[in-house]
Design a protein around this ligand. Structure first.
Ligand code: ARG
Length: 398
């Protein structure tokens, strides 16, 4: 029995892969794996129903807590950001690949299929993940291999009795998980087309958001959120809660031009309310506890980390190296941040930490413990080399 494990979302691309695997790729059995990383429950139920209708052996893997704890919160610790995008889709892909490999191992299968196109980032992320965790894997990418178009897929699905009604009604291509929602397709691809209100599902229009700011407090430990307004919860529940609170205030709409891995520039729209607030709060806490040198160097480290995360190189040894540095700094990123959410904006209004590198005694205007007179020599010699250069320039002409 030839078996193939299909990474399955239930959408059009992955659904046409089911008959294709049987009829064109010669597999007797198709195993569909849907990984729950916090997409809408209806999407998961729909994938399950379609899998059933097309008689695959189906598995839904609940990976929400793992995703929040080991992927989203790692991104918080690294201030994960790629060109203004918190990388919600990017960081879910390695986990989805890992879960597909786990199912394949249990079933003693080593063939995989996915529905990624040949233009995007996901083909890199998914295939790198699968090949890293199972070097002997055979991977099929029918949409890419056959240079498929949407109209060909719809026609093929009709012929083969693939249920696609929901796909036909969809104008936008959406990818959703706990860390955010990305909306592509249709006229949104035009960089100059203003996103219509209807594409947003998680965030209220700032215009219709409450007229009073919402004040919240986030407590961090080891660089990751542990409580909102004094209430502790699991990572997935914290992210879910923050998505809801911030979304209600219209926070987290993101519209960027994004350089894809292959160099293609694309216009992207995201809604990442929870991620936006957690990342803003985390930066504020780092600014309180890390030294100036740590902050400066960590910016570079964070950028490198984000590039690897964007490309889906989740198991690159360089990423581990970067995380060794990040992890050490985060030991002190502990404390509370208070924020005000108001009609789409996030404002820091307070921060505190046992590790605060701040001394009221030293910084205050009204203190004598910092003897100002002692600064004189330092100030006098400040910028010595620059000053010498300019004196020489005056003397030697120019
Ligand atoms: N461009 C983003 C990324 O590569 C998100 C793509 C999400 N896909 C979608 N169909 N909306 O991470």
């Amino acid at each position: 029995m030839k078996k193939v494990v299909l990474v399955y979302s239930g959408g059009l691309d992955t659904s046409v892969c089911i008959p294709l695997m049987r009829e064109e790729y010669g597999y007797d059995e198709v195993v569909t794996v849907t990984v729950d990383v916090g997409q809408p429950v209806e999407d998961i139920r729909q994938a399950e129903a379609k899998a059933k209708a097309m008689k695959t052996e189906h598995y839904t893997v609940d990976a929400k807590e793992e995703f929040a704890r080991d992927f989203c919160f790692k991104a918080v610790r690294a201030n994960g950001d790629y060109q203004g995008y918190p990388m919600s889709t990017s960081i879910a892909r390695p986990l989805i690949a890992a879960k597909a490999v786990q199912v394949a191992r249990e079933l003693k299968a080593d063939s995989f299929a996915h529905g990624c196109t040949g233009k995007g980032n996901d083909q890199f992320r998914i295939e790198f993940g699968i090949r890293t965790l199972m070097p002997e894997a055979r991977i099929h990418a029918p949409v890419r291999e056959r240079n498929m178009t949407r109209s060909w897929e719809i026609e093929y699905a009709r012929q083969k009795g693939v249920p696609i009604q929901q796909s036909l009604e969809k104008i936008w291509s959406i990818d959703e998980n706990l860390w955010g929602r990305s909306i592509e397709g249709g006229r949104l691809e035009e960089p100059d087309f203003a996103p219509p209100e209807e594409i947003f599902h998680w965030t209220k229009s700032p215009r219709l958001a409450p007229d009073h700011p919402l004040e919240i407090e986030i407590r961090f430990k080891d660089g990751a959120p542990v409580a909102i307004d004094g209430k502790e919860a699991s990572p997935a529940n914290l992210v879910g809660k923050m998505n809801q609170l911030a979304g209600e205030c219209g926070v987290g709409r993101i519209d960027v031009m994004e350089d894809r891995l292959m160099g293609l520039k694309v216009r992207e729209n995201y809604e990442c309310p929870g991620a936006t607030v957690f990342l803003t709060a985390h930066r504020a806490l780092e600014a309180l506890v890390l030294t100036r040198e740590e902050m400066r160097f960590k910016k570079t480290i964070d950028q490198e980390w984000s590039r690897l995360a964007y490309e889906g190189l989740w198991w690159d040894p360089f990423k581990d190296d970067l995380e060794a540095f990040i992890g050490k700094t985060q030991e002190r990123v502990e404390g509370a941040v208070r924020l005000r959410l108001y009609k789409g904006s996030v404002q820091i209004v307070g921060r505190s930490s046992p590790w605060a590198l701040y001394s009221e005694e030293l910084a205050s205007f009204d203190t004598t413990s910092f003897d100002q007179r002692e600064s004189a020599g330092w100030v006098k010699n400040f910028g010595l080399q620059s000053r010498l250069f300019h004196h020489l320039k005056q003397k030697l002409g120019g």
